[in-house]
Write a protein that binds this ligand. Structure first.
Ligand code: KG4
Ligand code: ZN
Length: 338
């Protein structure tokens, strides 16, 4: 491939949890984005950190090779390498960090360390151009956050969950209902067939933009235990209505906080990101609220909502333009301050 001298090609690596992903981004446009999803965790009902690290070790070279080939890139075409530095599972992060540091050293290209949660927000800029200030509700299996985004690299986390993430709440309720992991998509599917007002579960009352989902999880647990004592087939008979009612409660909790943040900050450009943004109830609620309040709403394509290296690459691209490089002493971190 012949390229102008000022072309910026970023090789990006994501390995924070259970997806090994590599992407090539050219001048902010995605040329390739490969994701190896680790099936090994399914039978355990959740991600097993040691197994995730081992799978990353096996996947990293094939996934990078596929992303490079798909983008028509040779190693000498790469301008910089970006990787997820934090937050995440430490063994998983280490695999991507070691690969990226080795690559940077071997190819003598700059290294860019990326914050995974900032990357989820910037995934919106892969195919769209939201206006700043922009508000993003990031909802995944590990996180629930409202982020105020003043520019590409100037972000402030306004609030997050103090216990379970929204996706975790979906998955844990699904487990109580006997559904396989991850159960969020199945709750969504059955919810479409049920009555969201049939059963009432409490919404958490947290201050400002703070979330809590352990209460709804516990109330569903006690509710099911009590109902099953009366009728052992209660779940089977009411599956759709239970799913619809739980989804309604979680979505309502998310939307209440998002509405408040948007009103308080006076922001009308609003997006959702993370795996739970695939939820049809949340998408519908966001679209309807947008129409009601005059918001312009943004939802990235699904492959850019769940964990992926393209979002690491777009963040790496803006950090490259800003001259924000890491040196070889950089180490991954399981937790990361904003
Ligand atoms: O962002 P993600 O792929 O991975 C991380 O957690 O980082 O999010 C996965 C989460 C899981 O909890 C999964 O159940 C949830 O997103 N999820 C959904 C839906 N699709 C994925 N939850 C509700 N409805 C969905 N349609
Ligand atoms: Zn994520």
């Amino acid at each position: 491939m012949i390229m102008p001298a000022d072309t910026i090609n970023i090789l990006a690596i994501e390995s924070s949890c259970d997806e090994t992903s590599a992407a090539v981004i050219q001048n902010g446009k995605v040329l390739s984005n490969h994701i190896a999803t680790q099936k090994v965790h399914e039978r355990f009902g959740g991600v097993v950190p040691e197994l995730a690290s081992r799978a990353h070790m096996q996947n990293i070279i094939p996934v990078v090779t596929a992303a490079m080939l798909d983008a028509g890139m040779r190693n000498k075409d790469i301008t910089a390498v970006a990787f997820t530095q934090a937050p995440g599972l430490i063994g998983s992060l280490l695999v991507g960090a070691c690969f990226a540091k080795s690559y940077a050293q071997a190819m003598n290209v700059p290294l860019i360390a990326v914050h995974h949660m900032q990357a989820h927000v910037l995934a919106h800029f892969i195919e769209q151009s939201p206006e700043f200030p922009f508000l993003c509700l990031t909802v995944s299996g590990g996180h629930t956050q409202i982020v105020l985004c003043r520019s590409y690299l100037d972000m402030e986390m306004l609030g997050e969950t103090i216990d379970d993430a929204a996706g975790e709440a979906f998955d844990k309720v699904a487990k109580m209902l006997g559904l396989p992991y991850p159960g969020g998509p199945l709750i969504d599917k059955y919810a479409a067939l049920g009555d969201p007002k049939k059963f009432k579960f409490p919404m958490s009352e947290m201050k400002e933009y703070t979330f809590s989902f352990s209460g709804v999880k516990t109330s569903v647990l006690y509710f099911l235990q009590a109902q099953k004592k009366l009728d052992s087939e209660f779940v089977e008979k009411n599956l759709h209505d239970i799913c619809a009612s739980v989804q309604y409660t979680i979505v309502n909790t998310l939307m209440t906080k998002l509405r408040k943040a948007a009103k308080d900050m006076g922001i009308k450009h609003i997006g959702i990101a993370g795996g739970v943004s695939a939820n049809s109830g949340l998408r519908k609620a966001l679209t309807e609220t947008g129409e009601e309040l005059g918001w312009k709403v943004y939802i990235p394509r699904f492959e850019y909502c769940t964990d992926n290296a393209a979002m690491i690459g777009i963040t790496g691209y803006y950090k490259f333009l800003n001259g924000s490089f890491a040196d070889m002493s950089v180490i991954p971190s399981a937790r990361a301050a904003w």
